[in-house]
Design a protein around this ligand. Structure first.
Ligand SMILES: Cc1cc2nc3c(=O)[nH]c(=O)nc-3n(C[C@H](O)[C@H](O)[C@H](O)COP(=O)(O)O)c2cc1C
Length: 303
């Protein structure tokens, strides 16, 4: 019998541990047109704010060694336009589509979360890797601010919510614990790491915004460290591992480190159908290892 790929994140049941990461599959429906969504348990739409964010000017994407830099500036149409665009699509897609909320204050996150739920998303991921209004630092670098955002979203919606954290904090356990205390039902570990690159010929930064988000294979050990430490400190708290996954073996690594599911990001930019290959590789690895299902792997290397 083929290994059982079903898994759970608290109240959320997934047919597969593979999730399409926010921002790397657009609004999901464009991607679903070209990719096979069957291998995925969920797909997270691009983060959305209360009002339109224009994003940064070009260049906003740049390849760099083992991965890439992005400095999109979370361009999005704002929640009202998002609802109009997405509501008709959500029931038609063959994969559950989760919403992703951003804002500049805790109240703004709550407004967006309400809007996402009114459009029909079954789960809200809170993207704490965006700058707050007061000093422009990322929410997820601050324990108190992260707690306030999650608490505001928790009181605004009843659907399952999760918090997506940055690998750049020196206190991942403090931030993770605050989010769980405030009502996050799962944690996504992690978003991109801060990075910088130089266009040598032009003698200027690769990205218009200078510092951006680094993603791809080089991120994997950094995100895995977060998964490992958080899963040991908060046993039983569901984790989505995210960062640098390109193969089925990478997925098993995250599961063994303590994740219950994983999100695939940058790999989609070069290979929109990556889920199909990664699912096949994962099943092959599990069969070789004589593993009966995902549940048997979770945390196996981090106890
Ligand atoms: C072009 C691009 C846009 C992204 N936009 C978002 C976003 O809107 N919201 C979010 O939570 N993460 C966003 N991310 C981060 C990814 O969801 C993911 O956490 C990160 O890229 C690490 O995974 P990876 O190494 O598999 O790409 C973006 C990443 C990229 C490359």
């Amino acid at each position: 019998m083929a290994p059982d790929l079903t898994t759970r994140l608290g109240r959320v049941e997934l047919r597969s541990p593979l999730i399409a990461a926010s921002g790397t599959v657009g609004s999901v429906w464009e991607w679903a047109d070209v990719a096979d969504v069957g291998p995925y348990g969920a797909a997270v739409a691009k983060s959305v704010a209360p009002v339109e964010w224009p994003g940064r000017s070009a260049p906003r994407l740049a390849p760099t060694g083992a991965g890439m830099l992005n400095g999109i500036g979370i361009q999005n149409p704002g929640i009202t336009a998002w609802i109009e665009m997405m509501e008709p699509w959500l029931p038609r897609l063959a994969v559950p589509v989760w919403g992703s909320a951003v804002g500049e204050t805790a109240d703004e996150f709550a407004v967006v979360a309400k809007g996402l739920v009114s459009a029909g998303v079954p789960v809200v991921e809170i993207n704490l890797s965006c700058p707050n209004l007061e000093d422009g630092r990322m929410f997820s670098l601050d324990v108190g601010r992260s707690r306030d955002v999650v608490a505001a979203v928790r009181s605004a919606v009843e659907v399952p919510i999760g918090a997506k954290l940055s690998p750049n904090t020196d206190d991942i356990l403090g931030v993770a614990g605050a989010c769980l205390d405030a009502g996050a039902e799962f944690l996504t570990l992690t978003n991109t790491a801060l990075g910088f690159g130089v266009d040598v010929k032009a003698r200027r930064p690769l990205l218009s915004g200078g510092v951006g988000g680094y993603s791809g294979p080089g991120l994997k050990p950094l995100s895995l460290r977060c998964v490992h430490e958080v899963s040991r400190a908060f046993p039983g708290s569901p984790i989505i591992g995210c960062g640098g996954i390109t193969t089925g073996t990478d997925v098993l690594e995250y599961l063994l480190a303590g994740a219950s599911a994983v999100a695939l990001g940058t790999v989609h930019l070069a290979e929109p159908k990556a889920g199909r290959r990664i699912r096949r590789e994962m099943l092959r690895d599990m069969e070789k290892m004589g593993v009966s299902g995902v549940a048997e792997l979770i945390g196996g290397a981090s106890r």
